[in-house]
Design a protein around this ligand. Structure first.
Ligand code: GLV
Length: 343
């Protein structure tokens, strides 16, 4: 019997937390490969708890596959890959790894923003192709991120003002920018944040020089940035997405970049990950990285430790430190699953 089924290999720091405390099986140890759905289903049927990666769709079929399943510990802060409503209905706690990846993801947002504005990827390719023959005043000109010699502050627009959006805002102080934020569920938070102004989405898109996306993926944020929204942005503006690919209509973005509706985009995430919209890789004004928002060594170790800690709590039928559906602990379905008597 497996106690914790780890869908794909996680950093050793997380496996060490489980060592000696639970019997563990790993579905896919080749880190470059996906896990077959049949292996995933078998693992879920045989395990008490699953420790899933964001690449696994934890849907109704999977959640119903094992009436004894005690929890899903997702190795990510996002949990849109898990059908939390169904998990709650079935009495299954779901947990995530918030907090530990905030700073690394905000760092990557800024790395991408600077890279696309200052054409770092194109410049790197230029040097590697031995094209750098002489310094030249018009070579690879980009956009200022700070005020620059013209002197007027650039506007950073942050869509989604959770932990990561706020960490991005904090970093903007060093660039002396005007910062606007939009988050319909957290207007108070935006207004209380020093140096950040509330903006509705239309105004933010129409005025920002840089638009960074940090909302959680939900039905209301799927394709939040579509053809119409891209058309509202300034032709000199840049879009950075480090949230979830589905927040942007990627085919519309390709058109916007190709036809110059906006100046550039930098993406960490994709609508049909790892697939890319047709034409995206041909665009010089797009910077593309493979979903590495939280990919620093220390951050990924901490995420693995947190996911493993959550998994052990699920296994013991205890409240997980980072449960995203805590209502589940009040349900009859959870009591039945864990064999607990009504309190
Ligand atoms: C990464 O995308 C995460 O949600 O942790």
């Amino acid at each position: 019997m497996i106690q914790v089924f780890v869908t794909r290999r996680i950093p050793d720091a997380g496996l060490r937390v489980l060592e000696g405390r639970a019997t563990v099986a790993i579905g896919q140890t080749d880190e470059e490969r996906a896990l077959d759905r049949s292996v995933l289903l078998r693992g879920v049927r045989e395990a008490d708890v699953i420790l899933s990666l964001l690449t696994e769709q934890v849907d109704r079929e999977l959640l119903e596959a094992n009436p004894g399943l005690l929890g899903v510990a997702n190795h990510a802060v996002g949990f849109d890959n898990v059908d939390v409503a169904v998990a709650t209905e079935l009495g299954i706690p779901v947990s995530n790894t918030p907090g530990v990846l905030t700073e690394a993801t905000a760092d990557l947002t800024w790395a991408l923003l600077l890279a696309v504005a200052r054409r770092i990827v194109e410049s790197d390719a230029y040097v590697r192709k031995n094209k750098f023959n002489i310094w030249s005043p018009n070579l690879l000109l980009g956009a200022d991120v700070g005020a620059g010699p013209v002197g007027h502050k650039k506007i950073l627009g942050i869509v989604g003002f959770g932990r990561i959006g706020q960490a991005v805002a904090r970093r903007a102080a060093g660039f002396d920018m005007e910062v606007l934020a939009h988050d319909p569920s957290h207007r108070d938070r935006v207004e209380a944040f020093p140096g950040v102004g509330w903006s509705d989405l239309d105004e933010l898109l129409a005025t920002a020089d840089f638009v960074c996306l940090h909302p959680r993926l939900s039905p209301s944020t799927r394709h939040l940035i579509d053809e119409t929204r891209l058309g509202q942005m300034k032709p000199t503006a840049y879009l950075v997405n480090v949230s979830r690919g589905e927040v942007v209509d990627e085919a519309a973005l390709v058109r916007a970049l190709r036809e110059g509706w906006i100046a550039g985009a930098a993406l960490d995430v994709y609508e049909n990950e790892p697939g890319l919209a047709h034409g995206l890789t041909d665009l010089p004004n797009a910077v593309l990285v493979p979903h590495i928002g939280s990919a620093s060594k220390d951050t990924r170790d901490r995420m693995a430790v947190l996911a493993a800690t959550n998994a052990l709590s699920h296994l013991l039928g205890e409240r997980a430190p980072h449960c995203v559906n805590p209502r589940v602990y009040e349900t009859e379905a959870w009591r039945k699953r864990t064999g607990r008597a009504r309190a």
